[in-house]
Design a protein. Structure first.
Lengths: 588, 180
């Protein structure tokens, strides 16, 4: 039997068999054997980042924009600890990522060796599963299981820690189809699963007078077909639909049934409709606190249907009446056929008066802002960006903060998988590396990171990566010289004491771009804005567009912490009552 | 209803003790995964017991005693099931018919004055003296936790003792079809 190969070769062979085309990584002592094997082959491309944190966000961006699994390769110790934020981010937002980390040789584990850390210990709570592989003969089966687990059920990150001696050791490779994964280690919904629940749900929808669909990121994770089916079903029902931050794009913004985003900075009409509905159909969302607001006043009079692939999301924060555990596309497919079969139809009269009510709420025009003067309003900047890019295949990523919310409010998404943002963890520094990953996965598309001046500095080192691989990523900075969302909360809740939220000593972003041999552009007034955006789009290079926006603009509408859906703040003048503001202050 | 940033609207059910029995693949780190889930999400572990129960299939059984409202405990069960090497989670209190027992080893400081009383009490509770090379008075008592509690309380009134307890293990007493 001389078909033994080294552990490092098994790693590459496993990746190749899993269909991996690109790996985001950074070399170091404990992964040198894998990098040596990588050097000797051509099928898998490696993208060298400038900090491991960038690698994992790039892998997330790649995964979210392509629907494939993102792969990361980093060394032991600091390499591993630097990916912890990204792993947690992928865990919170259910992104399939496989992260390979090097480890010190088996016999040195536990000796506080150079660049040793307890990687599996540190990453246990922030991965779906992780492995320390001490036997080279188990390596291929671990890899195949890891990829399956990352994609199966509710997707998430999986980490494989490989000691250096295992990378050198020789062992046998087992092919993917030879590996049997015991069923308890996976989630396998059967097609007939929860059939009676689905029937009950569809009947409930048919009898509704004021229904609303509440759509989350699970619909995107279920694949493009899920979005298609969800749209189809909503059209059949004729019901309004609102989406979470993670669910934007499942139903197109221009769809007549869409009320846009809901939640803390969501649309007034969406939140009011959630508050007053009589049947709520949650598909692939998890009643996040940014969506629900105050729980004891959350949609008090509705029957709730909750479709989720992760049973632990059922009744976690909100009790529901009809829970359905399963994959969105399978469940909604079934719902559609039951709806057709039974010839269901919502009573026209009640549906019409529900829409009348909603249209009244729409008249408030909650996104309205004062757009006078030559100074660029951040909202206006995003609106112009949308108008000038809407006919191009565009991916938008964001960092975290005010700019993220303005992007969510003012950029209109018509397709799933085009909007990449850090929702659950709220990771500043996510957007730029995620844009790099999205561009690697979609070389011909326009990829724009809508950023803030503070967030972009968190992973600015990835400029080198973008330039090295000729990735024409655009960074669109809404520059207000503040950590805007921190400043907004300080204004609303902390007496305007702007403690450490002013970003002093910012770099000259144009010169910064030029120093990397990228293109730097700047818009100081509304006169420059369209030209800068057009030039940015037309440039076949990495671009930083530094957009000077009004400094103390607040992001509205807003449900302040501790308030309910029907207590939205539409502007600064509309102060929250003092008692609930005090109560809200202690919340996140 | 469980935890959220916002206070839960209807925290109605009362806090109760629950025994969960968890079957897991016996692989490195599995206990840490289970315990880490409890500490990470702020749940309570009153006692925990783990041992391999099937050599050929490499399966261990973890018995966890916890307390919480039924909403919290059902969330604990679901969170346990998310852990990849977990086969099954059974809440024996929900099943409502189970047998539980624990073992305590009690090192009893004996003198001529209390000797008689100690032996009488041990006899009464069927605590068994464990032979050991130093001939120290170590007793083993097994049974339901309340029984062990009572024994410990009473022996404490007589003399100084040192105690180690396993915490309960439990098994469902429901009839199971053998073919299944």
């Amino acid at each position: 039997m001389n078909n033994e190969i080294t552990g490092a070769e098994i790693v590459l062979k496993s990746l190749a068999e899993q269909g991996v085309e690109v790996v985001f990584g950074y070399p170091g002592g404990a992964v040198l054997p894998i990098y040596d094997t990588l050097f000797k082959q051509n099928s898998i491309k490696h993208v060298l980042v400038r900090q491991e944190g960038g690698a994992i966000h790039a892998a997330e961006g790649y995964a979210r924009s392509t629907g494939k699994t993102g792969v990361v390769l980093v060394t032991s110790g600091p390499g591993a600890t630097n990916v912890v934020t990204g792993l947690t981010d992928a865990m919170m937002d259910s992104v399939p990522v496989v992260c390979i980390t090097g480890q010190v040789p088996t016999h040195l584990i536990g000796s506080d060796a150079f660049q040793e850390c307890d990687t599996t210990g540190i990453t246990r709570p922030c991965t779906k599963h992780n492995y320390l592989v001490k036997d080279v003969n188990k390596l291929s089966s671990v890899f195949h299981e890891a990829f399956t687990i990352a994609q199966n059920g509710r997707p998430g990150p999986v980490l494989i820690d490989i000691p250096k001696d295992v990378q050198f050791a020789k062992g046998t490779y087992e092919e993917k189809n030879k590996i049997i994964i015991p069923s308890h280690r996976l989630f396998e919904p059967s097609p007939d699963y929860e059939k009676s629940k689905i029937e009950e749900a569809v009947e409930l929808i048919a009898k509704a007078k004021k229904p609303i669909f509440y759509i989350g990121g699970g619909c995107i994770n279920s694949g493009p077909k899920a979005s298609k089916l969800v749209r189809e079903f909503i059209n059949m029902v004729g019901s309004p639909v609102t989406m979470t931050l993670m669910g934007l794009g499942v139903v197109g913004s221009s769809d007549k049934n869409s009320l846009g985003m809901l939640g803390m900075h969501g649309m007034y009409e969406a939140n009011m409709a959630m508050h007053e509905c009589d049947v709520m159909i949650n598909i692939g969302a998890r009643f996040d606190d940014r969506v629900t607001g105050r729980l004891d006043a959350f949609s008090p009079n509705s029957k709730k249907i909750h479709i989720d692939i992760d049973e632990s999301n059922i009744n976690k924060t909100i009790n529901v009446d009809v829970p359905i555990i399963g994959d969105v596309k399978q469940v909604v497919d079934k719902m559609i056929s039951i709806w057709k079969e039974k010839n269901y139809k919502i009573e026209t009269e009640s549906l019409k008066s529900w829409w009348d009510k909603i249209n009244k709420w729409k008249e408030i025009d909650c996104l309205n802002y004062n757009n006078e003067g030559k100074q660029i309003k951040p909202q206006y900047a995003v609106q112009r960006l949308y108008e000038l890019t809407k006919n191009t295949k565009t991916f938008i990523t964001t960092e975290v903060g005010q700019h993220q919310m303005w992007a969510a409010q003012f950029y209109k998404f018509e397709e799933p998988n085009r909007w990449l943002t850090s929702g659950g963890l709220g990771t500043m520094g996510y957007g730029f590396p995620a844009a790099i990953g999205a561009q690697v996965g979609n070389p011909d598309a326009l990829v724009i990171d809508i950023a803030g001046d503070a967030s972009i500095l968190m992973n600015i080192q990835e400029m080198s990566t973008a330039i090295q691989y000729r990735l024409p990523v655009k960074i669109f900075i809404l520059n207000n010289e503040y950590m805007g969302m921190v400043r907004q909360w300080q204004e609303l809740l902390h007496g305007g004491r702007y403690s450490e939220s002013y970003t002093d000593s910012l770099p000259d972003f144009v010169k910064l771009a030029e120093s990397y041999k990228a293109v730097g552009l700047r818009a100081k007034t509304t006169d420059d804005l369209d030209d800068v955006i057009t030039q940015m789009i037309e440039t076949k290079n990495t671009v930083i567009a530094d957009i000077w926006v009004t400094k103390e603009e607040n992001c509205f509408p807003m449900i302040q912490s501790g308030s309910a859906h029907n207590e939205m703040m539409l502007s600064k003048d509309q102060k929250q009552d003092k008692k609930s503001a005090e109560k809200g202050k202690i919340l996140v | 209803m469980n935890k959220s940033v916002y206070a839960s609207p209807d925290q109605v059910s009362e806090t109760k003790r629950h025994i969960l029995t968890v079957l897991v693949d016996n692989e490195p780190g599995v206990l840490a995964r289970v315990i880490g889930m409890f500490s990470g999400r702020g749940y309570n572990i009153d006692s925990l017991n783990v041992a391999e129960v099937s050599n050929d299939e490499n399966i261990s059984r973890i018995t966890i005693v916890t307390h919480g409202t039924s909403e919290v405990v059902s969330q604990i069960e679901k969170q346990l099931l998310r852990i990849v090497p977990v086969h099954s989670v059974t809440n024996l209190d929900r099943e409502d018919s189970s047998v539980e027992a624990e073992v305590a080893l009690v090192y009893i400081y004996i003198s001529e004055n209390n000797k008689k009383k100690v032996y009488e009490l041990c006899d009464f509770y069927r605590a068994r003296k464990i032979e050991n090379e130093n001939n120290t008075t170590i007793f083993e008592i097994a049974g339901a936790s309340e029984r062990v509690n009572r024994f410990i309380k009473e022996i404490n009134e007589i003399t100084k003792v040192e105690i180690v307890r396993s915490g309960p293990v439990a098994i469902s007493s429901i009839h199971k079809n053998e073919e299944e």
